[in-house]
Design a protein around this ligand. Sequence first.
Ligand code: BGP
Length: 457
Amino acid sequence: MKTFPKNFLWGTATSAPQSEGHSLQNGKSETTWDYWFKTNPEKFHENQGPENTTNIYEMYKEDCKKMKEIGLNSFRTSISWARLLPDGKHVNQEAVTFYRDYFERILEEGVQPIINLFHFDMPMWLMEKGGWENRESVDAFAFYAKTAFELFGDLIDSWTTFNEPIVHIECGYLNGAHYPAIHDFKKAVQVGYHTLMAHTYAVKAFREVMPKGRIGIILNITPAYARSEQPADQVAKENADLLTMKSFLDPAVKGLIPEPLIQLIKKHDLAPETMVSDKEAIKENTVDFIGLNYYQPLRVQAPEDPHFPAQDPEDLFAPYDWPEKRINPYRGWEIYPKAIYDVAMMIKNEYNNFPWYVSENGMGVANEERFLDEQGMIQDDYRIDFMKEHLDYLYQGIQEGSNCFGYHTWTFIDCWSWLNGYRNRYGFYRLESDKNFTRSLKKSGLWYKEVAQNNGY
Ligand code: BGP
């Protein structure tokens, strides 16, 4: 039996834009996702947009009971900025009523909520002013954060500022998967910098409003593994870690932007506009914990013929097709559970054993109906095996002293996922959108309940 530490969090994660629905109703204003879907629906898998989610807005009362049914003792979701502050300034009272009741019911079930502020859902009014490219976004976000802490801080004591900040930077400004879908490395760095400052000033607001609470940030961790020990491949690994991981991890935990990252960015003429007071603000506003989302590693090699100055991250670290790669055949992502152990050791050894939790881990599967049994239950043994393998490595890391306090899976109920719609299913509950949003338990949900109740397996 592998028993996890006392009070270990067994939970799941989701986000407001992927679960609430009512995307243009009840006072919520447009986000970039609503706008993009309205103007380019063909980009979205099977034309499914942000209105088309799990409908938690209407169904949260029964969903909170379901959290208890599968033994969760914690749950992460986010607040929608555009719902809470539709014009960025004035509070939407309907949103306050909804979130308060939602959070109270989660708590009534004995489940600890962790509430995140931004999960890729930029309000359109701010995007029209340049979004994260514009320094105004830093103050706008800090105001939103402060408002949320004031309105819900009596209920919620664990908060996070951003989910996977690297993703809105990379997808919005480099690879075209998120609006505004442009390709501009220099802008991507500026957007990243403003995001970091928005995070920093949100933490500052938190300390003022909620001196007793705990705040963190959630990062997608794709640990880089180099093709070889050759110096050029090792430089590629170093570049990948600096850009995709340390760019947020070091400021959040250590209170500084790593010097090699500053030098790399300068060398390639990518330096963002900054303010003199920023450095001190970063130093003073470190977090209490971090969440790390882990799905797959990054295999890298030295780029063959890179542009100078770099026009793309691939000029600094190129993808490497590792021949031994094991693939999730239903989603195409690499499966490499040992990375969880490596991450656990890295946080222990390089970040002074900082408190952290696995804030997302899970297995996406397309056409999951093919695994339905005669009783109508999805027999997702592949998901159970996937989670067990990752938990084995997490357990090993904890045994060796890593300060990990929880494990959250992606996700609770199958949810809408950006351009991918419902293609990849991750939930413990299957969503049947065509049958009044019926949620039916999968085999993995039953398994997770046992794990959570036994605090191990
Ligand atoms: C994470 C995001 C989630 C979710 C998940 C699954 O990176 O935080 O929002 O989308 O990935 O991704 P997908 O549905 O594309 O397989």
